[in-house]
Design a protein around this ligand. Structure first.
Ligand code: GLU
Length: 330
């Protein structure tokens, strides 16, 4: 896709969309900022397809994501449907053997256990965007050996029936520094509890898959929406258990609609379908640059120029930005 000659192998960034619909302004903001960040360091940008949810993921959405990125000039050095690059496959549904292996390693530490509670299970493969609300697992299937209440023999018996695999979360704070939001301290035992690694129906959890993929693909910086800030703590915990090197995390403001809600398919005027009809790539980059705090107004700007003005210091660090004046695109 890009001419990759002379790239700096030290910096590797990625954009990891779930192909469950057409991208909107918020997805584009994340894509542009992750591209700018890694390119400002002379690095490589990966496009990874996160299709863990078989019910909602569609090939035609992947094609549209690729087309929308290219329309904006965001070319990836690795990944995409063509599986460019040395770390493929770049589509999660084709990487289950790697998740299996990571689960085996985690299980061998004695930190996982079978869980037959099914209610919380259902949402487990989706990236838990904070704006969607989170549930803290109550620990009812946690065995005695991990400080729970369930006799170890009963816990063992659950291995023989369909079960979710959970990871035990001890009390204590995970500390990390987010590039934009600074020092974070998260006690995962209070924020999410023992979290799911694999669902009872065999579906892999977002948290495990994303860590395995980012680590195996050599990702050095993770740039994504602010609603995944808490997930970084879960992921850092997994990085440490699996002995992988942690990337740098940078969460960027969420783009919300005029009512302050995270964009969804209902905000049709901010989907790429409408945005491409209403704007040129430079006009849209001007809007993204301005919402991000890189530009002083909405004037059209090229990607090359945006790269020249990009710096983390200039980025707006409010958790969300709203787009009141784009209730409908002209
Ligand atoms: N696939 C996730 C999503 O589309 C993003 C995951 C990530 O960037 O870590 O919400």
């Amino acid at each position: 896709m890009c001419d990759t000659s002379g790239y700096n192998t030290q910096a590797i960034g990625r954009f990891a969309p779930s192909p469950t619909g057409r991208m909107h302004l918020g997805n584009i903001m994340t894509a542009v900022l992750s591209w700018l960040s890694v390119k400002s360091r002379g690095g490589r940008w990966i496009l990874r397809i996160e299709d863990l949810d078989p019910q909602r993921s569609r090939l035609e959405h992947v094609k549209l994501i690729e087309d929308d990125l290219l329309w904006l000039g965001l070319e990836w050095d690795e990944g995409g449907l063509d599986d460019l690059g040395p770390s493929g496959p770049y589509t999660q549904s084709r990487r289950y053997n790697y998740y299996e292996e990571a689960l085996r390693r985690l299980t061998s530490t004695g930190q996982t256990y079978p869980c037959t509670c099914t209610r919380a299970d259902l949402l487990a493969t989706q990236a838990p965007h904070q704006s969607d609300g989170r549930r803290v697992y109550t620990g009812s299937c946690r065995p005695l050996r991990l400080g729970g209440y369930l006799p170890d023999s009963e816990s063992e018996a659950r291995q023989r029936v369909p079960h979710t695999v959970r990871l035990y979360m001890p009390q204590g704070k995970i500390e990390f520094t987010d590039r934009l939001y600074g020092r974070q301290q998260v006690d995962l035992s209070k924020e999410c509890g023992d979290f799911v690694l694999r669902r009872a129906d065999g579906a892999w959890s977002y948290q495990l898959a994303v860590v395995v993929d980012d680590a195996m693909m050599g990702v050095t910086e993770v740039v994504r929406g602010h609603d995944l800030l808490l997930s970084a703590a879960q992921q850092i915990y997994l990085y440490r258990l699996l002995g992988y090197r942690e990337p740098e995390f940078a969460h960027v403001p969420l783009v919300c609609n005029s009512e302050g809600r995270r964009l969804s398919k209902r905000d049709a005027s901010l989907s790429m379908e409408s945005l491409r009809r209403a704007y040129t790539p430079e006009q849209l980059l001007g809007i993204v640059g301005s919402l991000a705090g890189l530009c002083t107004d909405y004037s059209p700007i090229t990607l090359t120029r945006l790269l020249e003005v990009f710096s983390w210091e200039r980025l707006r660090s409010v958790p969300i930005v709203t787009v009141p004046e784009y209730k409908g695109c002209k």
